[in-house]
Design a protein around this ligand. Structure first.
Ligand code: ARG
Length: 480
C-alpha cells in the first residue's frame, strides 16, 4: 500500500475495501496523455508566474515526458491505492525526482485536473466523430448519386404510400447526419474551455496566467467561473445527447436495412463481408451489423440517462459522484465511433436491388393520390375525389388489378370526367417528376440537393481540417 499524497491529516490507513471501491485507475488511466500534457502546461504557467523557477519547470517537464514514455512502453505500474491517474502520475514523479516534484501540485487540484483531462479527451473524440460523420455523409451522397433513377416505394405506417427515388430516400439520411455533424460542431465550442487554475473551487492566490495555460493547451476560452469549471459536466451530457440522436439515426437506417434485406422485401443485399451465418440453418445470411447498431443505440441512450441522473442532485461544486462520468463517456464515444465506422465500411459495399424496388414502386396503388389530384384538376372537390378513387381502388383490388390496368370505361364508371390522358398521370416516373417542389423527389430536385450537399461537404471538410490542425498538430514544443 503506497502512502497517500493527501495522508497528512489521517491517522488510520484506508480500508482495503474502501480503497478498491473508490479507485478509478482502471478507467481513467486512459486519460494519461491528457493529464501529462495538462501538467506540462501547468509547469510552464507556474514558471511564468515565478512560482517555480524555469529550471524546476524543465526538470518536472522532462520527468513527465519520461513517465509518458514509460506508460506507453507498458513499463509503468499502476497502483490502485493511489486512486486515479492524476495521483499515479504525480506519485511516480515524486518517486523519480524527489523534492522538486512536490511543487507540481501548487495552485491546482485534482478537480481542475480531471475537468481538464476530460475536456481534452472529449475534444479529440468529437473531432474523430466529426470526421466519421463527414465520411458517412460522403458515402450517402455517392450512393445517392450512383442510384439517381432507381425507383422505390415511399412508406408511411410501413404501408406503400407514394413512389420516390431511392436517391431521395438516401438523401433524407444525409440530411439527418448533416444535422448531427452541426450539433457536434456546435458542442465542440462549449467543451473547448480551459478549467485549470480553478484550484479545487475558488480560484488561487498564486498569480498564474490562465490565458497562457489555455493558449498552451490550445483552448479557445478560459472557464470564467472557478466553481462552474470544476463542478459541471454539461459538455459530457451534451455530447451524449448528440450521440444519442446520431444513434437514433443510425438505428432507423439499420432497421430499414434489416427489413430491406429480408426475402419479403428483397431490396438490398448486405455484402457477405458484413453479414453472418447461422450455426444451424445453412441457408441463412443474417444482417447482424445493422442489428447490433440498432441494439447499441440503447447503450448510448443509457449512458446519457445515467449521466443526467448522476448530475441532477449534486450541490456545487465537486462531488465524488462525478468520478462515474468517465466510464459512461468512454462507453458512449467508443460505441458511437464503432457504429459509424462499421456503417461507413458496410454502406460502401451495399448493393441495391433496383428491379425489386422498382416493381414494388409500381404496385400497391401508389398512384391513387395522383388520380385524386387529376380529378381535382377536372373540377372535383378533393374530398369527393378521394372517395371516388377509394371506390376505384376497391374495384381494382377485387379484380387483382392496379389502377392503370383498368380500362377507360371502367374508370369512367367512377367519374365521367376521366379522359385518356389519365394514363400518363398514373405512370410512376411521371408521378415522381411532378413532385418538383423544393425538397421534393423529382429528379431535378434530387440533382440539385446533391449539388448543394457536395458543396457543403467541401466547406465542412475545410472547416474541420482547420479545427483538427488547431487542436491536434503537435508543432508546439509543449506537446511531448
Ligand atoms: N478521480 C477523481 C474523478 O474522477 C478525480 C478528482 C478527485 N477529486 C477529489 N476531490 N477526490 O472525479
Amino acid at each position: 500500500m503506497t502512502e497517500k499524497l493527501w495522508g497528512g491529516r489521517f491517522s488510520e490507513r484506508t480500508d482495503r475495501i474502501a480503497e478498491t471501491f473508490t479507485a478509478s485507475i482502471d478507467v481513467d488511466r486512459r486519460l494519461y496523455a491528457h493529464d501529462i500534457q495538462g501538467s506540462i502546461a501547468h509547469c510552464r504557467t507556474l514558471a511564468k508566474a515565478d512560482v517555480i523557477t524555469a529550471q524546476e519547470a524543465d526538470t518536472l517537464i522532462q520527468g513527465l515526458i519520461k513517465i509518458k514514455r514509460a506508460i506507453e512502453h507498458r513499463e509503468f505500474e499502476f497502483d490502485e491505492s493511489l486512486e486515479d491517474i492524476h495521483m499515479n502520475i504525480e506519485a511516480r514523479l515524486i518517486q523519480d525526482l524527489g523534492k522538486v516534484a512536490q511543487k507540481l501540485h501548487t495552485a491546482r487540484s485534482r478537480n481542475d485536473q480531471v475537468a481538464l483531462d476530460v475536456r481534452m479527451f472529449l475534444r479529440e473524440e468529437t473531432l474523430a466523430v466529426l470526421q466519421d460523420l463527414l465520411r458517412l455523409r460522403r458515402v450517402l451522397v455517392d450512393l445517392a448519386g450512383g442510384h439517381l433513377d432507381v425507383l422505390l416505394p415511399g412508406y408511411t405506417h410501413l404501408q406503400r404510400a407514394q413512389p420516390v427515388l431511392l436517391s431521395h430516400h438516401l438523401m433524407a439520411y444525409y440530411e439527418m447526419f448533416t444535422r448531427d455533424f452541426e450539433r457536434f460542431e456546435d458542442a465542440f465550442g462549449r467543451m473547448d474551455v480551459m478549467p485549470l487554475g480553478s484550484a479545487a473551487l475558488a480560484g488561487t492566490p498564486y498569480p498564474i496566467d490562465r490565458h497562457y495555460t489555455a493558449q498552451l493547451l490550445r483552448f479557445s476560452k478560459v472557464a470564467p467561473n472557478s466553481m462552474d469549471a470544476v463542478s459541471d459536466r454539461d459538455f459530457i451530457m451534451e455530447f451524449l445527447s448528440d450521440a444519442s440522436i446520431a444513434m437514433v439515426h443510425l438505428s432507423r437506417m439499420s432497421e430499414e436495412l434489416i427489413l430491406w434485406s429480408s426475402s419479403e422485401f428483397g431490396f438490398v443485399e448486405i455484402p457477405d463481408a458484413f453479414a453472418t451465418g447461422s450455426s444451424i440453418m445453412p441457408q441463412k445470411k443474417n444482417p447482424d451489423i445493422p442489428e447490433l447498431v440498432r441494439g447499441k443505440a440503447g447503450i448510448v441512450f443509457g449512458n446519457l440517462l445515467a449521466m443526467l441522473t448522476l448530475m441532477k442532485g449534486l450541490p456545487l461544486t465537486y462531488n465524488r459522484d462525478l468520478q462515474e462520468d468517465k466510464g459512461l463517456l468512454f462507453q458512449g464515444t467508443d460505441t458511437l465511433k464503432a457504429c459509424l465506422g462499421v456503417f461507413i465500411a458496410m454502406l460502401g459495399k451495399i448493393r441495391f436491388n433496383a428491379g425489386a424496388m422498382g416493381r414494388a414502386a409500381m404496385s400497391g396503388f401508389l398512384n391513387a393520390t395522383d388520380l385524386a389530384d387529376y380529378l381535382v384538376a377536372k373540377g372535383m372537390a378533393f374530398r369527393d375525389a378521394h372517395k371516388c378513387v377509394g371506390e376505384a381502388v376497391k374495384y381494382a383490388l377485387s379484380g387483382g388489378k392496379e389502377l392503370r390496368d383498368l380500362t377507360l370505361e371502367e374508370l369512367k364508371a367512377f367519374s365521367s370526367s376521366v379522359e385518356k390522358d389519365v394514363y400518363t398521370i398514373l405512370e410512376t416516373e411521371a408521378m415522381i417528376s411532378r413532385r418538383a417542389s423544393f425538397g421534393g423527389t423529382a429528379r431535378r430536385c434530387v440533382v440539385s440537393a446533391l449539388e448543394t450537399a457536395r458543396a457543403n461537404l467541401e466547406e465542412d471538410g475545410r472547416r474541420l481540417d482547420a479545427l483538427v490542425r488547431r487542436i491536434l498538430d503537435s508543432d508546439s514544443n509543449q506537446s511531448p
